[in-house]
Design a binder for this molecule. Structure first.
Ligand code: NDP
Ligand code: 2IT
Length: 452
């Protein structure tokens, strides 16, 4: 039998090969490291997982599409962006994962997100494979008409690659209800099909699921609550710092407040706001969802309890809980040290890979409960899968039913991660638990389906 350390050496060689085969994709390397560094116990214990080629197939996307997206701005000038869709793994179901529109998007970013999505989707227990897409288009400051023309051009290529049984995109950074509407409209026009299951995150009344907008944030708070319960505590009266002020951050703050915690921060790329009285969600939603403004406007309009800190990071505000909900690598070693010094008890990732590997290590060493994104933020994609189920059945469920299913799924993900970590001698290590449990489900399906 191969020992754990021999297995880790083999996985380390594979990681070196991944870096050589995928140059200039640091985020993808980071995501691959984070998963492969935790798999040795399960690969050593179950010889079928050491089968040559299994993990090599897992780290190679099944298909990668890169395309030109030309569009005209309001002045009539032609702009050219790059579009991506990485269809990573379909062993468990149609590729599923969001679209990100942000200037930092490149192939490495989409591959890191697609790779994470494989394990996240497996953890939900639902029938969805992993994929991700997007563009380096920056929606900030663009008119509705420009965003519409961009989305129409993007879909004019993307439609060939997606379908309710093939690949089902949704939102992510820069892609919310407005963008999904324009994308769906163009898909319907080109294909002449009412194929509502082709995209999720649709509007109410034309195939969208109740609670999908809330699902990622709500789910992350439920995951954080489950981690706190393990420590014999609940969320009541806890102070929380949240980064971001988009879809995930807003509904994270909403659920924290509903469960009696005090969410005192939010942020965007200009800086952060701290509000001792707790974030006023009506005001934040008005500024972010209606006016599409910046967070400094919140501080201006809120009055004495709030102030705006330009360029700062929310992690310097003392708190019991931290819920990073903006973007990758937004919480580093120094931030982790500050959080620990201020007595943080749990960190739960609403964003994908927001905590750097060094910071994760520090937090875990200090005994902070750490919920990795692929487990903690899986509520969004889980409710997307419930939206697909409603679309297939041409029905719609009540908000109460969807929320109940979301709560069951988050509890079950927490239990799975917790028990898997214990089974592999890493009690309390949700990173190891999530990676191994997600891996087992995908790997079993891949082995059963042969070398494809
Ligand atoms: P939104 O576009 O709604 O909001 C993103 C927020 O993060 C904005 O406040 C934005 O500020 C900030 N942000 C984005 N990029 C950066 C950056 N490079 N530096 C600083 N701030 C930044 O996106 P979501 O809320 O949907 O997504 C947030 C995170 O959650 C992402 O990591 C996403 O992958 C993840 N996620 C999303 C899910 C979903 O269902 N939407 C599901 C699971 C995970 P600004 O406007 O200034 O850029
Ligand atoms: O990162 C994610 O899980 C998402 N952006 C949501 C994906 C989805 O298909 O709902």
């Amino acid at each position: 039998m191969t020992t754990r350390s021999e297995t880790q050496t083999t996985l380390d060689h594979l990681l070196t090969e991944i870096e050589h085969r995928n140059p200039a994709q640091p985020e993808f390397h980071q995501a691959a490291h984070e998963v492969l560094e935790t798999l040795a116990p399960v690969v050593a214990a179950r010889p079928e997982y050491a089968e040559p080629g299994l993990i090599e197939r897992l780290v190679e996307p099944e298909r990668q599409v890169i395309f030109r997206v030309p569009w005209q701005d309001d002045q009539g000038r032609v702009r050219v962006n790059r579009g991506f869709r990485v269809e990573f793994n379909s062993a468990l179901g149609p590729y599923k994962g969001g679209l990100r529109f942000h200037p930092s998007v490149d192939l490495g970013v989409i591959k890191f997100l697609g790779f994470e999505q494989i394990f996240k989707n497996a953890l939900t227990g639902l029938g969805i494979g992993g994929g991700k897409g997007g563009s380096d288009f920056d929606p900030h400051g663009r008119s509705d008409a420009e965003v519409m023309r961009f989305c129409q051009s993007f879909m004019t290529e993307l439609y060939r690659h997606i379908g309710e049984h093939t690949d089902v995109p949704a939102g992510d950074i820069g892609v919310g209800g407005r963008e999904i509407g324009y994308l769906f409209g163009q898909y319907r026009r080109i294909t002449n099909r009412w194929e509502s299951g082709v995209l999720t995150g649709k509007g109410q009344g034309w195939g969208g699921s109740l609670i999908r907008p809330e699902a990622t944030g709500y789910g992350n708070v439920l995951f954080a609550a489950a981690m706190m319960r393990e420590r014999g505590e609940d969320l009541e009266g806890q102070t929380a710092v949240v980064s971001g002020s988009g879809n995930v951050a807003i509904y994270t703050i909403e659920k924290l407040t509903a469960l009696g915690a005090n969410a005192v921060t939010c942020s965007d790329s200009s800086g952060y706001v701290v509000d001792e009285k707790g974030i006023d969600l009506d005001l934040l939603k008005q500024i972010k969802e209606v006016e599409r403004g910046r967070v400094d406007a919140y501080a201006e309009r809120r009055g004495a309890s709030a102030r705006f800190v330009p360029g700062g990071r929310v992690w310097e505000v003392p708190a019991d809980l931290a819920l990073p909900s903006a973007t990758q690598n937004e919480l580093d070693e120094n931030d982790a040290a500050t959080l620990i010094r201020n007595g943080v008890k749990a960190v739960s990732e609403g964003a994908n890979m927001p905590t750097t590997p060094e910071a994760v290590h520090l937090l875990q060493q200090a005994g902070v409960a750490f919920g990795p994104g692929k487990a903690a933020n899986a509520g969004g994609v889980a409710v997307s899968a419930l939206e697909m189920a409603q679309n297939h059945a041409r029905t719609s469920w009540t908000a109460a039913r969807v929320e109940e299913e979301l709560a069951d799924i988050m509890t079950s993900i927490h239990t799975t991660c917790h028990e898997t970590a214990e089974r592999y001698d890493a009690p309390g290590d949700y990173v190891t638990g999530a990676n191994i449990a997600g891996f087992e489900r995908v790997a079993d399906a891949m082995l059963a389906q042969g070398v494809i």
